[in-house]
Ligand binder design. Structure first.
Ligand SMILES: NC(=O)c1ccc[n+]([C@@H]2O[C@H](COP(=O)([O-])OP(=O)(O)OC[C@H]3O[C@@H](n4cnc5c(N)ncnc54)[C@H](OP(=O)(O)O)[C@@H]3O)[C@@H](O)[C@H]2O)c1
Length: 250
């Protein structure tokens, strides 16, 4: 299988690359930090994969389009759009620059890469696109408005794309993780509910991909809690959100 993974230099992307390396797959790994990406690639090679690394900033949209064109010159079986950032949880007003960067990285860069790839998948009449969204997209907390918004935009994009591509036999999946051990969550100085190790997280993600789950929020109990809060009348919901807001040091 030819599998492309963005954000493969650390965290979930790294663990996903190592997981799929074991199946003797052709991997294309994308991220900015060359040294870290090469280290992941070397480990994947040892596990039996054929690996290509692409050192690129997903915010360079012209570059992303050209990478998409190059990738589309060969068959693409699975594309995991995992690169993403957060700007931490703060109670203040998010600067426009941070907001812009989050939307570029977590959302807009994705279509820059996909624009030339989608016609290729349609021509193939096969392929999988997997979006790594977040449970944070379902409930926007006061301390992570920009992150939640960017991931909610991603959900809407993925939903429409799924309807568009289903008739061509292309599977579009949205994975919504809760808190998982990674460089991103290392920065959080509050107690993260239902926290999972990277391995636990990746096991669930790869199982969901194998089962072609088009919408996979996890951990399930955390997801249920969010759904429950969403059903409450607004005054009660406000109280709960303010009570649970992730602002206390752990
Ligand atoms: N960990 C969690 O609790 C959690 C929960 C829900 C969703 N997620 C999502 O899971 C995905 C992976 O995050 P993670 O937790 O594994 O964090 P991470 O360890 O910080 O990994 C983020 C990855 O994205 C890459 N990346 C970031 N900005 C980039 C850019 N401009 N260009 C290219 N690559 C870029 C990073 O590589 P370079 O820095 O080398 O470029 C890195 O490989 C993200 O989309 C995140 O929003 C994580």
């Amino acid at each position: 299988m030819r599998i492309i993974i963005t954000g493969a230099s650390s965290g979930l992307g790294e663990a996903l690359a190592l997981h799929y390396a074991e199946g003797e797959n052709d991997l294309v790994l994308i991220a900015r930090r060359q040294e870290k990406l090469q280290k992941v690639a070397d480990e994947c090679l040892v596990l039996g994969a054929r690996v290509e690394t692409v050192v690129a900033d997903v915010n360079d949209f012209i570059l992303m389009k050209s990478i998409g064109e190059q990738l589309a010159s060969e068959k693409i079986d699975r594309l995991i759009l995992n690169a993403g950032i957060s700007v931490g949880h703060s109670g203040g007003v998010t600067s426009f620059d941070d907001f812009h960067r989050l939307f570029q990285t977590n959302f807009l860069s994705i279509h820059a890469l996909l624009e030339p790839i989608i016609p290729k998948l349609i021509e193939q009449k096969s392929g999988e696109i997997i979006f790594i969204s977040s449970l944070a997209s379902l409930l926007s907390m006061p301390t992570s408005i920009a992150y939640s918004s960017s991931k909610r935009a991603l959900n809407a994009y993925a939903e429409g794309l799924r309807y568009q591509l289903k008739p061509y036999g292309i599977d579009v999946m949205t994975i919504l993780p809760g808190f998982i051990e990674s460089e991103m969550t290392k920065k959080n100085n509050f107690t993260m509910p239902f926290f999972l190790s990277t391995q636990q997280g990746v096991k669930r993600i790869t199982n969901a991909i194998a089962k072609k789950k088009h919408f996979y929020p996890f951990p399930f109990r955390f997801y249920l809690m969010i759904r429950f809060v969403q059903l409450l009348p607004h005054p009660l919901r406000d109280k709960i959100v303010n009570f649970t807001n992730f602002k206390k040091g752990a």
